[in-house]
Ligand binder design. Structure first.
Ligand code: PLP
Length: 440
């Protein structure tokens, strides 16, 4: 790196980062255009994970820049407590039009974590409003990532999160098993045929805790952060059926899958299973301005609209819920996605991604490859006694090969921007092949 231009790195305590390692081996991103970033030393790297799953339209979109600039000039902030501004209503209506039928009430937050907390609170408030105050238990799933709020780490299933912060976790939670069994589904293309029966464990949890204590089940339709774990055929349908039968709400956390990643507006539509709430964030503004939220089925919303009409029905909200600049960015991003038919494009690119990803099967250290929509993961065999080291080495070699890769543990995930060309995707995998061959 060109140290003459390096800022002082000491004060910024970086999130989810090995800070000491980074500060000795920094990679600074200084610009982004289309599907590529520019690094501090002038090298261009392909954005293999669309930022952090959040920039499907690519970087430097003039439509979004213009909308944000105009919004800042016209109305930079307006409260949404007891007053409102037009763009929040417009964006909510637009998101409702994208969502499955019946899910048409939208509560805004700033992030996925806050959106998860909001969904869990809405679930509990809904049951209370219907006189079912005992329904407070949340069922999550092993290996789930629902962000870092107290609700998210409670329902989430990442062991290290729970080991460190378990004392803060909500008391009334339980977890379904995750659905990833390499012995049954290694190198599956798309949805694995094996594993629908794992949803039956929900019946066992219901027998254990009694349905009358369970408010909601929350799952990511495709588990993104822990390595593109694709739901087995029939699994989500079963969860839906069991929840409906027992009066339990089903929440899909679509922070990663929402807005096209699986080749439909939401995973709910791609997988043909309609939940009661959808949590979203990330791609809604193409990652440009923080914004998240929950799309709620109308009868759940309506159940809370009771009492004198001057009471606050849901005692919940953020200063920046429906921030005008975020809403302007969201409206512009969704407009571009519609106009350029980018979700269809993601659907068209998906078979190419699948073919190219699975062509790496015989490369050194590859233990498994999975894919769905425009996302794939490659598990590497860990180095003995050094978990994560091999994927970190792949990350470093990737930069030399013109790729910004994402790794967690020994898994590499790719989810390129929807605007990528077929050549971009083929080049990404060709470069990745070279990276795998350099690993020891
Ligand atoms: C499924 C899911 N839920 C929630 C979150 C948390 O979102 P945020 O980081 O915006 O709080 C993430 C982030 O990656 C996620 O993947």
């Amino acid at each position: 790196m060109n140290t003459a231009q390096t800022p002082d790195l000491s004060s910024f305590w970086m999130p989810f980062t090995a800070n000491r390692h980074f500060k000795h081996h920094p990679h600074l991103i200084v610009a982004g255009q289309g599907a590529y970033f520019t690094l501090h030393d002038g090298r261009r790297v392909f954005d293999c994970l669309s930022g952090l799953w959040c920039t499907p339209l690519g970087h430097g979109r003039p439509e979004i820049t213009d909308a944000v600039r105009a919004q800042l000039a016209e109305l930079d902030f307006a409260p949404t407590f007891q007053v409102g501004h037009p763009k929040a209503f417009e964006l909510a209506s637009r998101i409702a039009r994208w969502a499955p039928d019946g899910l048409n009430r939208v509560f805004f937050s700033n992030s996925g974590s806050e959106a998860v907390d909001s969904a869990l609170k809405i679930a509990i408030a809904y049951h209370q409003a219907r006189g079912d105050a005992r329904r407070v238990r949340i069922i999550g799933r092993e290996r789930a990532y629902h962000g870092v709020g107290i609700g998210g780490i409670s329902a989430g299933g990442i062991a290290v999160n729970r080991r460190t912060f378990g004392a803060l976790a909500a008391p009334f939670v339980d977890h379904l098993p995750h659905t990833h069994d390499p012995a049954q589904m290694r190198f599956s293309r798309g949805q694995p045929a094996w594993g629908a029966h794992l949803a039956d464990v929900l019946e066992r949890l219901i027998a254990l805790h009694d349905a009358s204590t369970i408010a909601a089940v929350i799952v990511e339709p495709m588990q993104g952060s822990t390595g593109v774990i694709v739901p087995p055929v029939g699994y989500l349908d079963k969860l839906r059926e069991i929840c409906t039968r027992h009066g339990i709400l089903l929440i899909f956390d679509e922070v990663i899958t929402g807005f096209g990643r699986l080749g439909a507006n939401f995973a709910a539509q791609r997988l043909n299973v309609t939940p009661d709430m959808i949590v979203f964030a990330k791609a809604v503004t193409n990652g440009t301005v923080p914004l998240g939220g929950v799309i709620v089925e109308q009868s759940i919303h309506d159940a809370l609209m009771h009492g004198p009409d001057q009471t606050i029905e849901l005692f919940h909200g953020y200063t920046y819920s429906g921030h005008p600049v975020a809403c302007a960015a969201g409206l512009a991003a969704l407009e571009v996605m519609e106009r350029e038919r980018l979700i269809e494009r993601a659907r068209d690119l998906a078979p190419i991604l699948e073919q190219e990803a699975h062509a790496l099967r015989e490369e050194p250290h590859v233990a498994d490859i999975r894919n769905i929509g425009l996302a794939a993961a490659i598990d590497l065999t860990p180095r003995p006694g050094a978990p994560g080291a091999r994927a970190r080495a792949a990350f470093e070699h990737g930069i030399d090969a013109g790729l910004l890769l994402r790794f967690t543990g020994d898994t590499l995930a790719v989810a390129p921007p929807f605007i990528s060309s077929e050549e971009d995707i083929c080049r990404m995998f060709a470069a990745l092949r070279g990276v795998l061959r350099r690993l020891d």
